[in-house]
Design a protein around this ligand. Structure first.
Ligand SMILES: [Zn+2]
Ligand SMILES: [Zn+2]
Length: 261
């Protein structure tokens, strides 16, 4: 296990000084701990909302694996601290569907053609790559972010539910993951239990669908195409009435293809 308590104590004075009041609940400190050590990301809690400011660029090295060069943006993402679980699932859209604690966006497991992106596309040493708009992203467990600990909080889906490493806190591999790659259970940051996702080495790798209320503002903020239609690339990509913002779409380059306009 990481020295979680030590980190909390170290972070405490700075956070108190920065925010003055009101005091954060212990679980909020624990969530913010996950962002510690990633100086390229600014995460804080404001009015029951987890705010994540990031350029989208990782704090690890990247390699050129397709014609696209990672470019910095200026994202302000907002996620509810108390996400709303819905009985019905929502398909993920193309473009960003969540953000890792190192500030990098993550996408669903599909290529623009509805194929398995992990199998079909080329990734750098940290298992990310940029799309044609320079948005660096992962489709699978980010090798350079995982530190080998159980129940490592590595990111948040855009419905606000957390994404964890392969195992739960007791070291067990979840055997009851649903189609979204999630289940209910206790985690270090949520000792009362919460619905959460896990990364897997098999499809869908990160999250297969949303089981919470999607915060569409984040999809728009990152230029994605909204919720719905994953796996149905021939259909409209707006999903729940959200038009692609500007360029929109997943816009993956074919591995050997030239840049598209
Ligand atoms: Zn779990
Ligand atoms: Zn991709």
């Amino acid at each position: 296990m990481k020295p979680r308590i030590l980190l909390s104590l170290l972070a405490l004075p700075a956070l108190v000084a920065a925010t003055a009041a009101p005091a954060l609940a212990q679980s909020e400190f624990n969530i913010l701990d996950a962002f510690a050590g990633h100086d390229n990301v600014n995460a804080y809690v404001e009015g029951g909302v987890l705010v994540i400011e990031t350029t989208g660029l990782p704090d690890h090295a990247t390699q050129q694996v397709n014609p696209n060069t990672p470019r910095a943006a200026d994202y302000v993402l907002e996620l509810p601290l108390d996400p709303v679980y819905l009985a019905a699932t929502t398909p993920t859209g193309m473009g960003a569907i969540g953000v890792m604690v190192n500030g990098v966006l993550f996408y669903n497991p599909y290529t623009a053609d509805g194929m398995d992106a992990v199998e079909q596309e080329i990734f750098d040493n940290c298992l990310g790559h940029a799309d044609q708009f320079g948005r660096y992203h992962y489709h699978q467990a980010p090798g350079c972010l995982l530190d080998g600990t159980d129940a490592q909080l590595i990111g948040f889906a855009f419905d606000g539910f957390p994404l964890y490493s392969y195992t739960d806190a007791d070291g067990s591999w979840p055997a009851d993951l649903d189609e979204c790659n999630g289940h209910f259970g206790v985690t270090p940051e949520y000792p009362q239990g919460i619905y959460h996702y896990h990364v897997t080495d098999t499809f869908p790798y990160l999250i297969g669908c949303y089981h919470g209320e999607v915060q569409l503002k984040n999809v728009q903020e990152t230029g994605g195409a909204g919720a719905g239609t994953a796996g149905a690339p021939a259909g409209p990509q707006g999903g729940q009435g959200v038009p692609p913002a500007g360029p929109g779409g997943n816009a993956h380059q074919p591995p050997r293809g030239g840049p598209r306009p």
